[in-house]
Design a protein around this ligand. Structure first.
Ligand SMILES: [Zn+2]
Length: 321
C-alpha cells in the first residue's frame, strides 16, 4: 500500500516535470501585467532531494474537494497544503500555490466553484518554500494575477528557492516574479476586501501572516492564515546566514499570539488541526472552525518547541558537539 502510494507520487512528480518541460517559456500575455511573464528560460527539473520529500508527503499532491471556510473564504488546496481563495466582486485573491505541480489541481478546484481564473487579481505568498510557492509561477501565468509577498522573501522567490539560508539548493521551485512586496502592517485593498500583511519572520526572513475579515450574512469573522512558526532542522545558534533568527522567531510568536483570530488557518492544515475541525463541523457543529484561542495556542506551542531546540543546540555548542 505504502509502496504503491510512493509509486503514484513519483509518477505524478515525473508527470509534473513533463508538464513543465512543455510549458511555454518567456511568453508575455498581451492583456496581463508584467507579473504574468514566465520568468524562467529553463524547464523546471526537480532534484532527487525534493522528489524524496514529496514522496514522503503524499498529501501535498492529494486531491481535496474545495469547500467554504467562512463567507468568501474558500479552501482550494490539495489535502495537505493550505491554499485559500478569498473572493470579492472586484477580484479574487489566492494565497499560496502548493508544491511544483499542484497548480492544475488548484485551478480545477477554483473552476469547480464556478470561478473564472482570470478573476484572480493577486496571488499572495506565505513564505518562499517549495511546498507553498511551488505552483505560483504556473498559477500567475494561467491567471494573469500579480504576485505579492513579504519584502524579505522576494529575492528567494525570484531565484526559485535556491540558496535558501537553511536548505541551500535542495528544494527549488519554478522562479516567481514578484510584482509587489509588502512590509509589516501593510494593507491591501481590493474594493471592500482588506488584507493585512503581518511580518512573522523566522521560518523564512519574509514569512508573512495574512489576515482579513470574511462575512456570512451579518457575521463577520477575523480570518488568520498564520505563517509557519516552525524551525525544522534549522541552525539556531551561530547561524551565519541568519544572524537574527532567534530574535525574529521570538517577535513572531508574540505577534501571532496577539492577533484578533476567530478562524485560524495555516499553510499546513495540521498546524491548526484543520481536518478534525472540518469533520466536527460536518457532523453538525456549525462553529467548529471558530476558536479565538487558536492563534495563541499555536504560537505558544511553537515557542515551546523552539525553546527546547534552542536549549539543545546551545548545550551542544557548549559541549562542542
Ligand atoms: Zn516552510
Amino acid at each position: 500500500m505504502r509502496l504503491s502510494m510512493i509509486a503514484i507520487v513519483i509518477f505524478s512528480v515525473l508527470s509534473v516535470q513533463g508538464a513543465y518541460a512543455r510549458a511555454p517559456v518567456q511568453v508575455e500575455r498581451s492583456h496581463a501585467d508584467k507579473s504574468a511573464r514566465v520568468v524562467s528560460r529553463k524547464p523546471f527539473r526537480m532534484p532527487a532531494s525534493e522528489q524524496r520529500n514529496l514522496a514522503g508527503n503524499p498529501s501535498w499532491t492529494a486531491p481535496q474537494k474545495p469547500f467554504r471556510i467562512h463567507g468568501d473564504t474558500w479552501y482550494v488546496g490539495p489535502r495537505g497544503i493550505g491554499v485559500f481563495l478569498v473572493t470579492a466582486p472586484t477580484g479574487d485573491v489566492l494565497i499560496d500555490g502548493g508544491v511544483p505541480g499542484d497548480a492544475p489541481l488548484i485551478e480545477a478546484n477554483i473552476r469547480s466553484l464556478g470561478i473564472d481564473l482570470h478573476h484572480i487579481k493577486w496571488i499572495l505568498n506565505s513564505h518562499a518554500h517549495f511546498d507553498h510557492a511551488g505552483g505560483i509561477a504556473q498559477l500567475a501565468y494561467d491567471t494573469g494575477a500579480q504576485v505579492i509577498a513579504g519584502a524579505a522573501d522576494a529575492a528567494l522567490l525570484e531565484r526559485g528557492g535556491r540558496d535558501d539560508p537553511e536548505y541551500g539548493d535542495r528544494f527549488p521551485f519554478p522562479p516567481v516574479q514578484v510584482a509587489r512586496t509588502v512590509a509589516d502592517g501593510e494593507r491591501l485593498h481590493l474594493g471592500d476586501l482588506v488584507l493585512t500583511a503581518h511580518a512573522t519572520p523566522g521560518h523564512t526572513k519574509g514569512n508573512t501572516t495574512w489576515t482579513w475579515m470574511s462575512c456570512e450574512v451579518a457575521r463577520c469573522l477575523h480570518i488568520v492564515d498564520i505563517g509557519s512558526l516552525s524551525a525544522p532542522g534549522y541552525t539556531l545558534v551561530g547561524n551565519r546566514n541568519y544572524r537574527d533568527i532567534d530574535e525574529d522567531f521570538r517577535r513572531s510568536f508574540s505577534m501571532v499570539a496577539a492577533l484578533p483570530c476567530d478562524i485560524a488557518l495555516g499553510p499546513h492544515p495540521e498546524m491548526v488541526n484543520l481536518w478534525a475541525r472540518v469533520a466536527k463541523r460536518r457532523r453538525g457543529d456549525a462553529n467548529a472552525l471558530v476558536d479565538p484561542a487558536l492563534c495563541r495556542t499555536y504560537a505558544s506551542e511553537s515557542r515551546a518547541s523552539f525553546a527546547a531546540e534552542l536549549a539543545k543546540q546551545r548545550a551542544g555548542a557548549v559541549s562542542g558537539k
